[in-house]
Design a protein. Structure first.
Length: 234
């Protein structure tokens, strides 16, 4: 894969930590639906609403490495035990469940997509959001990333996520621009290639860049990912 470099306009962004003292407020979702939501969907909907509450329509790019894997695992356990499976639980177990709930709650029929790409999920979601907005700037694009660790039944997972949620709204009149890059790693990577990679996951690196407005880097076996914040380009 060739090296990739792109920049996205950030109109606003919101995040929800992996460990929070209070539950996210998703009061804009009707109670009957709200009580059936998983923690993952709740935090995803929270940050999405923070960024797009005043927008009549937004295209959504939802990203998650594991998605509703915990709900799916519970369904499989029920099947194994010979217990009935709730149709609602099944319908909410798909990767793009959050986008459907969000669109219905808002009455928004705009396009939505969902993706998962292992440990590089957030990086490729940023690329997808950029591609969609660059193709058509008439409607904002809302990137929502939400994840949680997999059920312990799956054992040790390399580069496991810590959990939490992040939303970034791509729209006109941005407050700043987020520059992103993916550079293929050399077969024999020199130690200096990842000298600034102090983050275990992509989400930690991107959060650091957004919070501190300083550059951040994350390395995989195949590539070096970098992000930087530029208010001067807004």
């Amino acid at each position: 894969m060739p090296d990739l470099h792109w920049t996205i306009p950030v109109a606003r962004w919101s995040s929800w930590p992996a460990v929070a003292a209070v539950a996210p407020d998703v009061g804009f979702i009707e109670p009957m639906v709200r009580r059936r939501l998983s923690t993952l969907s709740r935090i995803a909907l929270k940050v999405a609403h923070d960024c797009a509450a005043d927008k009549p329509s937004v295209r959504i790019v939802f990203a998650s490495r594991h998605g509703e894997l915990r709900r799916t695992t519970d369904i499989l356990r029920n099947i194994s035990a010979g217990e009935p499976v709730s149709p609602t639980s099944f319908s909410l177990s798909v990767l793009n469940a959050m986008t459907g709930v969000f669109g219905i709650a808002r009455g928004d029929r705009s396009a939505a997509s969902a993706l998962s790409a292992g440990a590089e999920t957030l990086g490729y979601a940023l690329l997808e959001a950029h591609a969609q907005y660059a193709t058509d700037t008439s409607t904002p694009v809302l990137l929502v990333y939400a994840d949680e660790p997999a059920d312990p039944a799956y054992g040790t997972i390399e580069e496991e996520v810590q959990g939490g949620a992040l939303a970034i709204l791509l729209d006109e009149a941005p407050v700043a621009r987020l520059t992103c890059s993916r550079t293929a790693a050399a077969a024999e990577r020199a130690p200096a290639d990842c000298a600034g990679a102090l983050f275990a996951t992509q989400s930690q690196a991107v959060h650091h860049c957004l919070d501190t407005h300083t550059g951040a880097q994350w390395c995989s076996e195949y590539a070096v990912w970098e992000w930087s914040w530029d208010e001067g380009a807004a």
